[in-house]
Design a protein around this ligand. Structure first.
Ligand code: FAD
Length: 281
């Protein structure tokens, strides 16, 4: 891999739950537009958000001048539902999607829907809409928690690419070697699309532990120990987080990562502080 000079920056938001949260999101998004993200994305489903919440947030970000991409998951959906959603997004001027399988809410069981995996969703979007959308898919350098093995998970990732994905965003990680190993293994299987590392700022110890347990991202022992030592000292956690995640981003970019995708959690401060730390040469 060789270093690129213009890393593509993208930012992920989630639909706000109330008016106050929406106002905070608008303020955060406006602050972050200063660093000229190539696009922004809006999650769906996570934390109980509805499809309408995603579409409304996408519209709000479009009105701020962003290329905004809704996340679209196929779990629990019928082909007919998905056809309607794709058509509504096209009318709304959406040109980019993050296509996912998604997860059923834990403990609720329920109907998995007509399409089983994200690769089926990508194939469906291509069959229905041709090249109308730029399609991003998820990648897991440390393996998706439900995968049978790293090799099986990689093959399933390759299937999404072969179904028509244009680019990938990874689950977050704190070990750059896991990312480079994944990219090398994907490229050895003929994958040539950009695989953009997903970056989780560190701002809150208990929240990070909770998220990491859910998604299978490993928090290295030394980071866990340092965070535990800071206790309730939020300022020290934030400063440490900017140093650690800033160094990770620099390593990723210096060694050829094509960009960075920030999981902003609707806050501007940490992504901006990290971005300002970077030597973009
Ligand atoms: P898939 O690629 O379908 O993979 C899911 C699992 O199935 C993997 O273990 C894979 O190895 C396995 N698999 C795939 N194909 C096959 C096959 N043919 N046979 C057997 N096994 C197979 N969740 C949300 O709810 N809302 C969001 O907005 C959201 N955004 C996300 C954004 C990013 C960048 C990432 C990395 C994750 C996001 N997630 C979101 C979480 C995601 O929905 C979960 O990780 C979900 O469990 C898997 O989705 P996927 O698209 O990666 O699934």
């Amino acid at each position: 891999m060789t270093a690129t000079s213009t890393p593509a920056l993208s930012l992920e938001f989630f639909p706000p739950r109330d008016i106050a949260a929406q106002e905070r999101l608008v303020r955060a998004a406006k602050q972050m537009l200063a660093i000229q993200p190539r696009y922004v994305s809006v999650t769906f489903g996570a934390g109980g958000s509805t499809r309408a919440g995603t579409a409304d947030t996408v519209r709000m970000l479009q009105n701020l001048g962003c290329d905004a991409a809704p996340h679209l998951s196929c779990i629990g959906a019928t082909r007919e539902n998905l056809r309607d959603i794709l058509s509504a997004y096209r009318e709304q001027g959406v040109r980019r999607l993050v296509a996912l399988r998604g997860d059923l809410p834990s403990g609720m069981g329920g109907d998995a829907g007509e399409l089983r995996y994200a690769a089926d969703l990508v194939a469906f979007i291509r069959a229905e809409t041709g090249d109308a959308f730029h399609i991003e898919v998820a990648a897991y350098p440390e393996m998706h928690p439900q995968a049978a093995s790293p090799a099986a998970d990689l093959n399933h990732f390759v299937a999404k690419v072969n179904a028509g994905a244009d680019a990938a965003i990874t689950q977050y990680f704190f070990n750059a070697d896991a990312y480079f190993d994944f990219v090398d293994r994907a490229q050895a299987k003929g994958v040539s699309i950009p695989i953009v590392p997903g970056i989780m700022p560190i701002t809150n110890h208990s929240q990070l532990v909770r998220f990491s347990e859910m998604c299978g991202a490993e928090i290295p022992r030394w980071i866990r120990l340092r965070l535990a030592e800071f206790g309730d000292d939020k300022a020290s956690i934030r400063a440490f987080g900017v140093d650690v995640v800033g160094a990770l981003c620099q390593t990723l970019l210096d060694n050829g990562a094509p960009g960075l995708h920030f999981y902003t959690l609707n806050h501007a401060e940490a992504p901006l502080a990290i971005w300002r730390e970077l030597d973009l040469g």
